[in-house]
Design a binder for this molecule. Sequence first.
Ligand SMILES: [Zn+2]
Length: 321
Amino acid sequence: MRYIVGIDVGGTNVVVGVVAEDGSEAVGVVSEPTLPEQGPDAVVERIVKLARASMAKAKGREIAGVGIGSPGPLDTKSGVVLLTPNLGWTNMPLRDRIAQALDLPATLDNDANCAIFGEWWRGAARGVDHVVGLTIGTGIGGGIILGGKIYHGASDVAGELGHMTINANGRRCKCGNDGCLEAYASGPAIAARAVEGIEAGADTTLPQYVRGDLSKLTAQVIYEAANDGDPYALEVVRETAVLLGAGVANIVNIFNPQVVVICGGVTLAGDKLFVPLISEVKRRAFKPAVDVCRIVPGSLPGTAGVYGAAAVFIQRTWGQV
Ligand SMILES: [Zn+2]
């Protein structure tokens, strides 16, 4: 059995694991903060150090290559990260730098593509041909798997589902567009909407969760308060479900997937989010598309990107995954 080092470079953490080519296990999983403010060289060094630590833990296994997932936009053919606002990189030859340092062949793909590919390969979206997914955290990433392959489009931009416009005159998004899904339903956007409501006089216990400091309010705190029964927190979660439901209904109508998988911290909201989200999709999307589509939370928290990055290497190098 051959093994592949899967590397998931996130804006907050780098996660690395050694993945069996049949996907049966990921061993030696290690993680450290990315610390992008230290500059690209320091981040590459940290990634290489983590990869070596992971391979040391997986001692005795034959390592055939490295799959890397990174925020984009990036060029999958040249292995260059073109521009990452979160990491502050421009034209960074990430694939070749890691390949040279580890003396192993490597592949590069978008981090969200990798996470959704991982969920398709070994997670909540196993066993079907067509999967579309969202990764909801600081931003909203997306991945499109059609016929068991990541769909990249003409210039590797396909799958930027967080930047679909859901309100033509809506909230300003970091990408420069107005009304993106991400501007409403990313973790920070959920918190920002709640803060606006509180400042407008909403009756809620939410400030008590952050000792009155609303700058500390996060989406996680809102889910916690919703689970504790705070009516306003519940309303924010329901609104989030409606906004996400609009986005997922677009996905369902456009791609007609068998599974829409939703990954990230937002899944902590559980049924309070998923029940109204699914009913919103039913209300909006075409019935024959809704009838064949499962909308599920991801089942590989923390390692979907590692599995998926390895699967990208396997598929591009050996053809089959
Ligand atoms: Zn945007």
